[in-house]
Design a protein around this ligand. Structure first.
Ligand code: SF4
Length: 362
């Protein structure tokens, strides 16, 4: 590395001194309850604190302990998760709670190794729970930690590679002190979130400035080494919002695509804008005995950006006469759709662009 960095004790001491003077007051701090720590860590993966905080409060209110979460219907959990994205986290949350109740007698396992056996708990979350709740000396390595270590120590490996990941983990585990490892982990993550931030960190006020590799070599903006940009796939959805006698046709999203476990509407998809296949729409406009009262095209395009995909959705609202309700039910059954009344639709978890459209179209 070729730079006069602090030794690991001094490095940890500086962060542990910085932490109490600068940390945010968050509800999952100051607790060693593994349930609360786990919940907060799962919610905060890929999520900013400001966005995750209201979800955390809702979950804790509705599911105050692991038993309540394990016994709740998945639809309730998906609805509480609505808008937070990465929905596999919500499904794993439920499975993990059930696993803890059935295999661990309702108590979280108390070691990093055993925590890793839980559904949806990877090395980062296992290290967070093991160190915060049980004082195990195991380092958390999230995006904030990568950034701090890459800059301070001048580590130029790409973190998205296996070799890079291993090197950062090894360094982080060398640095973590035996006494108070949980607070040290919180300190380095908070330091990355507040002080050594991705863009234009306030280096002049940093307690590590005198010994920081990136600062000394003017490489702050270049570190950490970023992986190549992921290719974003564009998808164009046409949703059919079909209503009859107070009911709406919905479908549950299955495996193998985004939003598994949520509900949306019958859908045509295309890879090209303006090339919609109107197969479903035609069924409503061409079949005489099944004539819609009204068809309205909402030409607002709703855009939803995911890490690897960009979704553009338009909506066609089809209102049918009350007399069509029996036919519609059969039609929906044949295609694996079903009918939901207004209250049920409200209570079910939906992709956020469906929720936005439903507000706009009322
Ligand atoms: S001096 Fe700047 S780059 Fe170095 S650790 Fe501090 S904030 Fe990060």
């Amino acid at each position: 590395m070729g730079y006069n960095i602090l030794n690991s004790n001094e490095f940890a001491d500086r962060l542990l001194k910085w932490y109490p003077e600068n940390c945010r007051d968050l509800p999952w701090r100051e607790t060693n309850d593994p349930y609360i720590i786990w919940l907060s860590e799962i919610i905060l993966q890929q999520t900013r604190v400001a966005q995750g905080l209201p979800y955390f409060n809702t979950f804790l209110r509705q599911f105050p302990d692991v038993h309540r979460l394990a016994h709740a219907p998945i639809s309730q959990i998906m609805r509480c998760w609505q808008g937070l994205g990465y929905y596999s986290r919500a499904r794993n949350l439920h499975t993990c709670a059930q696993q803890i109740v059935s295999d661990w007698n309702g108590k979280f396992p108390d070691s990093y190794k055993d925590l890793l056996s839980l559904k949806g708990v990877g090395p980062y979350t296992a290290a967070a729970i093991a160190s915060f709740a049980f004082g195990e000396q195991v380092a958390v390595v999230d995006g904030n930690v990568y950034r701090v270590l890459a800059r301070y120590f001048g580590l130029k490996l790409d973190v998205s590679t296996h070799q890079g990941k291993k090197a950062f983990e090894a360094l982080a585990n060398q640095l973590i002190p035996a006494s108070n490892p949980g607070m040290y982990n919180q300190a380095i993550m908070e330091f990355g979130a507040l002080q050594c931030v991705p863009r234009s960190p306030d280096c002049p006020s940093c307690p590590l400035i005198g010994t920081c590799h990136a600062y000394a070599t003017d490489e702050v903006a270049q570190l950490p080494v970023k992986s190549k940009k992921v290719k974003v796939k564009k998808r164009y959805f046409t949703y059919f919002h079909i209503r009859c006698k107070g009911y709406t046709v919905i479908r549950e999203r299955g495996e193998g695509d985004i939003w598994q476990g949520l509900v949306d509407f019958p859908l045509d998809e295309s890879n090209t804008p303006g090339q919609m296949d109107w197969e479903i729409g035609e069924q409503f406009t061409k079949i005489n005995e099944f004539l819609p009262k009204s068809v309205e095209v909402f030409d607002t395009s709703y855009k939803h950006v995911l890490s690897h995909q960009m979704i553009f959705a338009t909506f066609v609202q089809i209102n049918l006469s009350d007399t069509d309700s029996e036919y519609l039910k059969e039609w929906a059954d044949r295609r694996g759709y079903r009918l939901a009344n207004t209250n049920e639709l409200e209570a079910l978890g939906k992709p956020i662009l469906i929720a936005k459209y439903l507000i706009d179209c009322e």
